[in-house]
Design a protein around this ligand. Structure first.
Ligand code: ADP
Ligand code: MG
Length: 289
């Protein structure tokens, strides 16, 4: 990508990060409260003293360098990993019900060779309701077909999951969460490896979830997309460095605190500022203008 690097001290560059701020979801009942959450692995601390409140229906981008604790945070919220200290609360009963939290792991964490059809993957979202040993009812099947329809994957229902593109696989996982009737959706780097068209497809689905007040936390590496598409951003690097609207959080000081030197700001030949961290082996990432 042609471009000139900027430093964090370049106020002009930082100002160009200014987001199209979306109003925070009208419903302001808390969906999730994290209170002094601390998680340690044998290898050391992954999250230290994280406290924040996520409102019902808001969409939050979780950003930070590799190893910042994004996936760990999602696993703790999904109940897959217990924190050593602190508390996790779901004040909204709709978020505390069984199956209310759906976790879509990073693509690299999924064995895509597993021989299973799209329909069956989405039906797995009903398992909590159907029970492992009960046959799915007509209603369950209808829910699965409706979920596939909402992500425009109906015509692929009999395909093997391994035969789909990355963007299609993400849509199927979102359909599984919809079939589960999740009210809190955790998406771990859903955009990684997707082309712009597929990314736009994911954002269109997020827009439809917004209308239904589904709360969404999405980990991603592209700060420009985080600023443009999300109500608030959570900037992590083991600690919670910032949590608020993109213009509150993406300040030079806080970005430097999270990323150190591992952030690139560049001007494209169309004059658009692009911002991405240098995680995941990508040097500079093309972002939507
Ligand atoms: P991110 O998703 O932001 O890249 P992770 O949550 O995956 O960060 O990792 C946070 C830290 O915890 C890293 O230092 C990572 O090496 C460590 N870590 C993650 N999972 C494990 C695990 N299962 N066992 C030991 N250490 C882990
Ligand atoms: Mg991760």
């Amino acid at each position: 990508m042609p471009g000139a690097r900027f430093t964090f001290q370049n106020d002009m560059a930082i100002q160009q990060l200014a987001p199209a701020i979306r109003p925070i979801a009208a419903q302001t009942a808390p969906a999730l409260e994290l209170a002094a959450l601390t998680v340690r692995y044998n290898s050391g601390a992954a999250l230290e003293n994280i406290s924040c409140t996520i409102q019902r229906g808001e969409q939050v981008a979780v950003v930070g360098p590799n190893g910042a604790g994004k996936s760990t945070l999602f696993k703790v919220i999904a109940g897959l990993h217990a924190p050593q200290h602190g508390q996790l609360r779901f004040p909204d009963p709709a978020c505390a019900a069984p199956g209310a939290v759906a976790y879509i792991p990073q693509r690299s964490q999924v064995d895509w060779r597993f021989p299973v059809s799209v329909f069956d993957v989405v039906m797995m979202g009903r398992t909590g309701r159907v029970g492992l040993f009960r046959r799915p009812s007509c209603h369950d099947r209808e829910q699965v077909l409706a979920a596939l329809d909402r992500v425009q994957m109906s015509k692929f229902s009999q395909r093997q999951i391994s035969e789909l593109s990355g963007g299609q696989q993400q849509r199927v996982f979102i359909a599984r969460a919809l079939a589960q009737e999740a009210t809190l959706l955790l998406m771990d780097e859903p955009l990684t490896g997707l082309d712009m068209r597929s990314q736009d497809g994911i954002f269109a689905i997020l827009d439809s979830l917004r209308a239904q007040h589904v709360t969404v936390l999405t980990a991603l590496h592209d700060l420009q997309l985080a600023a443009r598409h999300f109500d608030r951003v959570m900037l992590l690097n083991q600690r919670l460095i910032g949590f608020g609207t993109p213009d509150e959080v993406f300040t030079p000081t806080q970005l430097m605190s999270a990323y150190g030197g591992h952030l690139h700001l560049a001007l494209t030949d169309t004059g658009v500022l692009t911002v991405a961290d240098t995680c995941c082996g990508h040097d500079e990432v093309a972002v939507n203008a």
